[in-house]
Design a protein around this ligand. Structure first.
Ligand SMILES: NC(=O)c1ccc[n+]([C@@H]2O[C@H](COP(=O)([O-])OP(=O)(O)OC[C@H]3O[C@@H](n4cnc5c(N)ncnc54)[C@H](OP(=O)(O)O)[C@@H]3O)[C@@H](O)[C@H]2O)c1
Length: 157
């Protein structure tokens, strides 16, 4: 199972200078509930961004995979150089946790989407690419203040 999890505002904004453009504790809690002790996949830039929060503490995942076209080694993560081979062959449940590039490349492989819609607009410079939800069905929706926690599953053929 490959799941993407992200938060975006009404303009599809997801990032600001390699950080989140906002601070919504409820969304951070939701992210933690779904990814704690799971195997996650992220792009190199998202990994660098996370490491600013987890400077001294270990990353809170079972396994962290980091996609990077260049040769790289990570002290606490596994380098994924061939992203598509990884997506096609992995037998693990994987949560894709960003950023824009990696969401865009992995969306065709996603079985499930966890999207937090944030009402309103914010300042930033990284946007989720335009995408089509017609191949997914909405299975869960919960509104909490400015946040709509939504879950989609890919329709079976
Ligand atoms: N709102 C949210 O839920 C959320 C969540 C996570 C991140 N974000 C935001 O997203 C932004 C970062 O997104 P980003 O797109 O700039 O970076 P990113 O997706 O985190 O990382 C991009 C990396 O992917 C690598 N890559 C590209 N194609 C690849 C392939 N085919 N195989 C393997 N690796 C490949 C690139 O490697 P090379 O460097 O070698 O080209 C690059 O290092 C930040 O602003 C962050 O705050 C938001």
């Amino acid at each position: 199972m490959i799941a993407l999890i992200w938060a975006m505002d009404e303009n599809r904004l997801i990032g600001k200078d390699n950080m989140l453009p906002w601070h919504y504790p409820k969304d951070l809690q939701y992210f933690k509930e779904h990814t704690f002790n799971q195997s996650v996949l992220m792009g190199d830039l998202t990994y660098q961004s996370l490491k600013t929060y987890y400077k001294t503490k270990p990353l809170p995942f079972k396994k962290s995979y980091v996609a990077n076209i260049n040769d790289a080694t990570y002290p606490d993560a596994i380098h994924v150089k061939d992203l598509f081979d990884f997506l096609k062959t992995t037998k693990e449940d994987i949560y894709v946790i960003g950023g824009r590039t990696i969401y865009q490349l992995t969306l065709p492989y996603a079985d499930r989407l966890y999207i937090t819609y944030i009402l309103g607009t914010h300042e930033g410079n990284v946007y989720f690419p335009p995408f089509d939800l017609s191949e997914f069905k909405w299975i869960e929706k919960r509104l909490e203040e400015k946040l709509i926690f939504s879950v989609y599953e890919r329709k079976q053929p």
